[in-house]
Ligand binder design. Structure first.
Ligand SMILES: [Zn+2]
Ligand SMILES: [Zn+2]
Ligand SMILES: [Zn+2]
Ligand SMILES: [Zn+2]
Ligand SMILES: [Zn+2]
Length: 463
């Protein structure tokens, strides 16, 4: 198991182009393994436990009705955008009338008698039975709402900056979603896999949080949760993923912690929606009760009332959402002993394996410029290059001196006019030698050796 986990851990480091060493990764995994033993033994009792994923894997079905409040809200925002996109009041009023007609029924498909209004004021085609979202998109493009730009805040809470965005697509997606009642089948995963901690805010998600390894202000927090005895990652992914869940973008994600009859639920990302949180809590309560072989009966504590049940480990690097009002504690009924759990741990540097207390990093400041080569598996200090999103050392890769492309393996050797040897790729080598084949002194070139003095050769390698 540990060897496979090491390779998977490496893959995450390659993906985010982080310096790391075998020693550092091993230190992280050793701490994880020792600390998570209790949870591992507990969760393994669940019939849906998946040893390869180190997780309980559930199917969940979420039902969603048409969300009138969101329809109202996004329509108002889209009208606002329309006001800026329309050249004069009359044009805007036409847009407004057509948009209101398309959404007036709060239905996936507008009533047929609305269509004339939409056609007349919107100047677009629309057929009976067509989805409201399609009609709205056509309407908005007709009035050029997709061209409107604005300044928006981006980045992390402690590192804000402004950038220019086009808000239309996000607004439209939200409106289309709200107008679409659905049964959504998802896969839910309750995991203690180390990479699920590293990827708790996978950069491929549609949302981001401060625990993202790619620039997150609390990226060190991933290891903090990974190395403690109580934290689990609960997340949902779309149906198309059936394995290696730690590589999948997360639709939602939250931390659950369990110890001594207390189940703590932390903030749900990206939106801390009460309905969803209740559903996920019931799934995890049921799972833990099954593992404990106890009745699935819990009492709930919220906010300040959760304080007696949890604390953060000293010098831990994670962002403690649970300490800011997001925590919901479930206490198993009929028990007398409810412990206080310690959340988080002192993280281990992914380079030297030593203690690392900076929440903005996954390694200590003194460590850096060391990588495990994807080719030879050695930890190399110094240089190499990323090829196909993996790090390769200088012995396992080269950059062609002619075309400047990077390659895995050994280069062909060409000799420049100056007599120096140059590493070149097979394609460039062929080209260079090909030129010589056509030259008038080809025979001489060959007899002198290595074609080195051919005037036609190595122009690309000059000096
Ligand atoms: Zn890979
Ligand atoms: Zn270090
Ligand atoms: Zn190598
Ligand atoms: Zn080349
Ligand atoms: Zn020649």
């Amino acid at each position: 198991m540990m060897d496979e986990l090491k390779q998977q851990f490496y893959e995450v480091m390659h993906k985010y182009q982080k310096p790391f060493s075998e020693e550092g990764v091993t230190a992280n995994l050793t701490q994880w393994y020792e600390q998570k033993q209790g949870l591992l033994q507990l969760l393994r009792r669940h019939p849906l436990w998946n040893e390869k994923e180190l997780a309980i894997v559930f199917r969940v079905e979420e039902r969603r009705e048409i969300d009138r409040a969101t329809v109202d809200e996004t329509r108002a925002a889209i009208l606002e955008l329309g006001r800026r996109a329309c050249t004069d009041d009359t044009v805007y009023e036409n847009f407004e009338t057509a948009l209101r007609a398309s959404t007036a029924d709060y239905a996936r498909i507008p009533n047929e008698y609305r269509l004339d209004t939409i056609r007349q004021y919107g100047g677009i085609k629309c057929a009976p039975g067509q989805k409201a979202s399609r009609i709205i998109n056509r309407l908005c493009l007709k009035f050029h709402l997709d061209q409107i730009e604005e300044e928006a805040e981006a980045g992390e809470p402690d590192n804000r900056y402004m950038r220019t965005v086009k808000p239309y697509n996000a607004l439209f997606a939200r409106l289309a979603d709200a107008l679409n009642p659905a049964h959504i089948e998802k896969t839910a995963v309750l995991s203690i896999h180390p990479c699920d901690f590293l990827e708790m805010s996978n950069r491929d998600n549609t949302w981001s949080s401060c625990h993202c390894l790619d620039g997150g202000g609390y990226r060190g927090g991933c290891q903090s949760y990974m190395g403690d005895a109580v934290s689990m990652i609960f997340f949902t992914v779309s149906d198309e993923y059936t394995q290696d869940f730690h590589t999948a973008p997360r639709i939602t994600r939250e931390i659950f912690c369990y110890k001594d009859n207390v189940l703590l639920q932390s903030r749900l990302y990206p939106t801390d929606l009460e309905d969803q949180k209740t559903l996920y809590r019931s799934i995890v309560q049921q799972a833990i009760a099954t593992c404990l072989d106890k009745p699935n009966l819990w009492s709930i504590k919220r906010g300040k009332e959760t304080e007696p049940y949890c604390e953060s480990a000293a010098d831990s690097n994670h962002y403690p959402d649970y300490a800011y009002g997001y925590a919901v504690a479930s206490l198993l009924k009929g028990e007398t002993d409810y412990g206080k759990m310690t959340i988080g741990s002192v993280a281990r540097c992914v380079c030297c394996g030593g203690e690392q207390k900076n929440h903005r990093s996954i390694r200590c400041a003194e460590c850096g410029s060391m990588f495990v080569c994807k080719g030879c598996g050695k930890t190399v200090h110094g240089y190499g290059r990323y090829i196909d999103e993996h790090f390769y050392c200088n012995e396992c890769s080269y950059e062609c001196t002619v075309c400047k492309e990077k390659f895995i393996g050994m280069p062909r050797i060409g000799i420049a006019r100056s007599g120096e040897q140059r590493g070149i790729c097979p394609a460039c080598y062929e080209q260079v030698v090909g030129v010589c084949r056509n030259c008038t002194i080809h025979g001489d070139c060959l007899s002198i050796g290595a074609n080195r003095f051919c005037p036609n050769q190595m122009n690309g390698l000059a000096a």
